[in-house]
Structures are given as C-alpha cells and as structure tokens.
Design a protein around this ligand. Sequence first.
Ligand code: EPU
Length: 341
Amino acid sequence: MTALPFSVPDADLTRLNTFGLPAHAGRLVRVTTAEQLRALAAETCWAATPRLVLGGGSNLIFTGDFAGTVLKVEIGGRRLVGEDEEGWIVEAGAGENWHDFVRWTLAQGWPGLENLSLIPGTVGAAPIQNIGAYGLEMAERFESLDAMELATGAARVFTAADCAFGYRDSVFKRNPGRWLVTAVRFRLPKRWAPVTRYADVARELEAQGIAQPTALQVSDAVIAIRRRKLPDPAVIGNAGSFFKNPVVDVATHARLAAAHPGMPAYPQADGSVKLAAGWLIEQAGWKGRDLGPVGCFERQALVLVNRGGATGADVRRIAAAIQAEVLARFGVGIEPEPVFV
Ligand code: EPU
C-alpha cells in the first residue's frame, strides 16, 4: 500500500465506533477532500483492497479486525446552494456532524430538520440508513447527494429515486462499500409546519405550554426527549436503536393485538403494521438486563449498551439471545439495525 500523508497503518478503531468495540484496521485514511479520494483510487493495488467507509461510527458493530482500508470521511463545509419559492437547498460535506448541521440550519432560519436533532453521526451517514426520528425521515427533506464509486473513482450524483430510500434503508446500505458519499443536499421548506404527531413530541410541547412551536422549539423538545431516553455515546457506548421495528402483516398483528391489548402498533401505508421492538423486548423481560458486558438499556429496551470492555462477540451473544426470546414469545423476528463488520 502506498504511504499517503493522511494515512495510518494498523490503526486502532476503538474510539472511532460509538459502541467502543475493539478493532484494528490494516490502514486508516482520513479523507478531507474529494481530491484525496481520487489519489487513492489511482493506487495500483486499490481495486483489490477491501474498503470500509466510516462516518461517525455510530451505526457499526465491529466483530473483529478489518484487514483492508478504512476511510474516515472528514469532508467539511456547509452552504446554501439554491433557493426557489418552495424552499432552500442546503448542502453539507459528508464529514460534518449531523446535529451541528441541523442546529446551524435552524440558526439560519431554515426549518425542516428539527425532528432529527441530536442523532449521532455525520451528514454523509444520514442517507445510508435514512435516519428517522419523531415522525420524520431524512428522505422527506432530501434533495440529492454526491458520491464516488470507490472501485473506479467515478463521481456520481444521486437523486432521491436513485437512493431508493426505505425504513432505515437505501441503495447504499444494500451495497456496502460501493460508494462513498462526499456531500448531501437537503430541500428545506418555506411553507413549513411543525411535525408534532409523534406522541412523545406532542406531550413534551404540551408540558412546556407551547401550542404553536417554532422549529427551534421542536428541536429543543426532541433534544429533551432524547436526553431522557437515550444514552449519550460519549458517556456509555452504544449504537442507538439496536433493532429495527418489525413490520408484520395484518393477520399477525391481529393475533398479537388480541393477546396483548396494550401493544403499540403503527399501521403503514401499504397495509402492513409496524410493531415497537422496544416494547416486545421489554415484555420479553430484557429491559435493564445484562449478558456479560453488554446490557439492554434500562430506559429504552431497543438500545444495547457497552457496560465496559465489550467485544463484538459479546454484542452478538446478547443480540441473539434477545432475538430468540422475542421470537419464542411473540413469533416475530427482529433484525439488527447497525451494520456488522
Ligand atoms: N417501548 C416500550 N419499552 C421500551 C421502549 C419502547 O414499551 O423499552 C414502547 C414505547 O412506550 C412506545 C413504543 O415502544 O409505545 C415506541 O417507542 P419510542 O417512541 O421510544 O420509539 P422506538 O420505536 O423505540 C424509534 C426509532 C428511534 C427514534 C424513535 C423516536 C427505530 C429502530 N428506532 O424508536 O431511532 O429515535 O423511534 O422516533 O426505528 C435509532 O434509529 O437509532 C433511533 C434511536
């Protein structure tokens, strides 16, 4: 491998993943410009090198070392790139911190991303799993993005349709390591209305006596809710929601609802029903319980936390135990949300 000035051999990744799992990379490259990427892609051995793209490392589970090249995306910059009657088009470099970017847009007077406040990670990672929270998915504010195909070094613009967004899903999540996102553009609406249908948000605003919230007030409410329910990765290692909420057919939902009248359920546009994995896990008795050094968080059962010294194998073990118990109890399979490496 070529020695590039921004590259570190045999790099420790423990502090580069929010779960704090130990792992080493054959080489770590900090990418701050698209030009660096082109230089990398021109390396003779590049095509044969296994590659992993890393943003904030908040949705990754390392189960061992990664022999190839880890690309840590640190491309910065944020600016207004367009404006029409409908809205503002705002662009950010993939390495920008997501939450700082959201708060910056609000400070500029451009609403639209407030429900996604305090989600850990980077701007470039947001489209990979189509981050969502409190009644809003990133896809609803997405305009387009710039990416590079890593094998060839070719630049490409992706529209929303190209990204094929789904619930915590996109073309990028289905083809890991194929593209590296360098910049993302969002369309922020001029005719803005607050999204407050999510029960937690409505309750929080009501408790504060706010009937017609500004975008900043919605952001503050979301921050308050998240601080109460979700562990801060800077304090206790975690990867956010560990499981996706399972989507079941109407018959399965009817069977479960009859047996469990209090069960939360969210009907989907296509007729299916989304269930709350956190509820299923809590009912299965896992909330607040540990298996080895990994725990099921006491305030939100959907989150697994590193109690100290956990490895990827420990995470796998508790995840499998929880999945098995939820399946045995409810006949519903739940799938991890983070990417396993
Ligand atoms: N619930 C329980 N016990 C728990 C957790 C939840 O009974 O331990 C119940 C709640 O009472 C509620 C329902 O489950 O009735 C849903 O809970 P909550 O509103 O906390 O949301 P969630 O479905 O558990 C999802 C996202 C979160 C996002 C929140 C808020 C997924 C996988 N998770 O969690 O996203 O912040 O909604 O919108 O969709 C993430 O993806 O990393 C993440 C944190």
